[in-house]
Design a binder for this molecule. Structure first.
Ligand SMILES: [Mg+2]
Length: 406
């Protein structure tokens, strides 16, 4: 899946800060602001990235060549240099031969925490040309103001009213490439294209309730150094697999034996919508015992991810432990710190992702799941399973409410 970043703006309102540096590359918490966006977009499965640069485009190229995030997450990064002052619609128009038939579009100078897969799901379910992430604000003055009826955007204005509350355009879109064809070499997506699409009734919108920041003003840039950096660290939902997400038929290693438990997909989607990170941590001793190989485990996880995506949901990372001390496959016959009740998989995930462990939760169907959580100093909860009546969503919600996570 393709993501396109608009990183060509001059950032003139930031004065000296952006005299020599593109706004998305300004440092926030010791890292380029863009690097956070790249990580957040990639975890949703958008790993083919196109950067539409203009001002100091070489710096964007350098960023792409040097970013450890881009390397770690296997991102394919392409930088295009747009002509001067083409506008947002013009930048896309000049890049159209590089655009996928449908793509995610983001501004490189703001972050709206939310579920990007939900935008894709909304576009598909509504048959819309473009789906927009929206955010309610008390003062819409600086932003484009949007009127919403259900999931249908009925009015799209480039600027809001000073001091007026309402919904704003969050600057994140999932759209068909045909939207870009409606523009020209110099035009604005927000002023020239989207209002017309709204009039035709094919512009969809969804509220993203999460944290929002636009670093385009000195005050908000200063705020990013503290508030944004804190908001970046998020709760994680660690999910055991067999007996929690799917019915535990015993050593499930193939798609034909995989059966979702009621409420499992909805729970992942709900956690995604809340902005939580969601991980699978599963013991797969079936590999050590010779029931199936690692490729089969990975194929099953790819299948799960594709199924989840149909519902606008995703898992950020799948971790499995193929080892068992009594395995028959020699390679996998060993004691491993990854095998629950040991906490290896959780600890490693918390090392790699911005997890706030004090607000995180592990759901499993065995005592060993909770023990692993305890050892990693994360709250753990046993869910009863396999009778087909368990509703994971209810359990997850109960935990959130009890702990006042939101
Ligand atoms: Mg289990």
């Amino acid at each position: 899946m393709q993501a396109v970043f608009l990183v060509g703006g001059l950032g003139s309102r930031l004065g000296d800060l952006t005299r020599q540096t593109p706004k998305p590359l300004l440092e926030v918490g010791g890292r380029a602001f863009l690097d956070y966006l790249v990580e957040d977009v990639a975890r949703h499965g958008f790993t083919d990235m196109l950067f539409l640069a203009q001002f100091e485009a070489d710096q964007v190229r350098d960023y792409c060549a040097q970013s450890s995030t881009i390397k770690r997450l296997g991102i394919k990064a392409t930088v295009l240099e747009e002509p001067d002052r083409a506008g947002t619609g013009g930048a896309l128009w000049h890049a159209r031969e590089y655009l996928a038939d449908r793509f995610l579009l983001l501004n490189g100078d703001s972050w709206l925490q939310g579920n990007y897969c939900a935008l894709k799901n909304l576009l598909e379910s509504r048959g819309a040309l473009c789906a927009v992430a929206l955010r309610e604000l008390e003062d819409t003055g600086r932003f484009g103001r949007v009127e919403l009826d259900g999931h249908n955007i009925t009015a799209f204005a480039e600027r809001g009213g000073e001091g007026e509350g309402g919904r704003i355009n969050g600057g994140i879109y999932f759209m068909h490439k045909t939207v870009v064809d409606r523009g020209g070499p110099v035009c604005s997506l927000e002023a020239d294209i989207l209002p017309n699409i709204a009039c035709e009734g094919v512009l969809a919108g969804i509220d993203f309730p999460g944290y929002f920041i636009d670093i385009g003003l000195p005050d908000s840039f200063a705020l990013a150094q503290t508030e944004f950096v804190n908001a970046w660290r998020r709760p994680a939902l660690f999910l055991d697999r067999d007996g929690v997400l799917n019915v535990d038929h015993g050593h499930v290693g193939s798609i034909d034996r995989f059966e979702w438990i009621d409420g499992a997909i909805e729970t992942v989607r709900y956690a995604n919508d809340l902005g939580w990170l969601v991980f699978v941590v599963t013991n797969q001793a079936g590999v050590a015992k010779g029931h199936y190989d690692e490729e089969a485990v990975q194929a099953l996880h790819r299948f799960m991810q594709a199924e989840l995506l149909k519902h606008g949901a995703h898992i950020d990372e799948y971790r499995y432990c193929p080892y068992h001390p009594e395995g028959i496959v020699e390679r996998y016959r060993c004691v491993s710190n990854d095998r629950k009740p040991e906490p290896g998989m959780l600890l490693d995930l918390m090392e790699r992702w911005p997890v706030d462990k004090t607000r995180s939760l592990m759901l499993g169907d065995k005592e060993s799941d909770v023990a692993a959580a305890r050892a990693a100093r994360v709250a753990g909860q046993i869910v009863s399973s396999n009778n087909g009546t368990m509703n994971l969503l209810v359990i997850f919600n109960k935990n959130i409410i009890q702990k006042l996570y939101i």
